[in-house]
Write a protein that binds this ligand. Sequence first.
Ligand SMILES: [Fe+2]
Ligand SMILES: [Fe+2]
Length: 187
Amino acid sequence: MTDPKTPSLSEPLPGDPSREEQIARMLRVDHAGEYGAVRIYEGQLAVLGRTPAGDVIRKMAAQEKKHLERFDRLLPQHRVRPTLLGPVWHAAGFALGAASALLGERAAMACTVAVEEVIDEHYAAQAQALGNEEPALRSTIEEFRQDELAHRDEGLARGAEQAAGYEVLTAGIKAASRLAIWLSTRI
Ligand SMILES: [Fe+2]
Ligand SMILES: [Fe+2]
């Protein structure tokens, strides 16, 4: 199913942004998302770094850093400026990670599940919008999407669903993540 908010590159509709602008938006929001992910895991590590969950979170954080580094290279290559909201995601990502971790390891894992599910949907919609265009970017997105799904699975395996208030917590974090995506695509 095509996400109505994600215009297809191969079948543009009147009023759709140009192909170049669409690629720029994708790179900008993906860069912002990976930056936010790094900060969330750094926030979680500030609280849980020395607990048994620390190694799992460190592994996920290291992968997010690799994702971020890839977009750090891609943006200048495509002459795309990063989102202006970087300082916001710097603070908000860390705060979300630390706050979820302060509620306990399971809540931290619930945060991971919520964020990664939203990123999964987001990357899937982008891959579909790209179709056969920009194969290198598409394969990057597909590769990262698999990593994000592995993070979600790790969160589920470590008891995310047993976190107190799991439904409310994940619904709130998903809403916030979708808003962050919406903003980072545009600003
Ligand atoms: Fe990532
Ligand atoms: Fe991730």
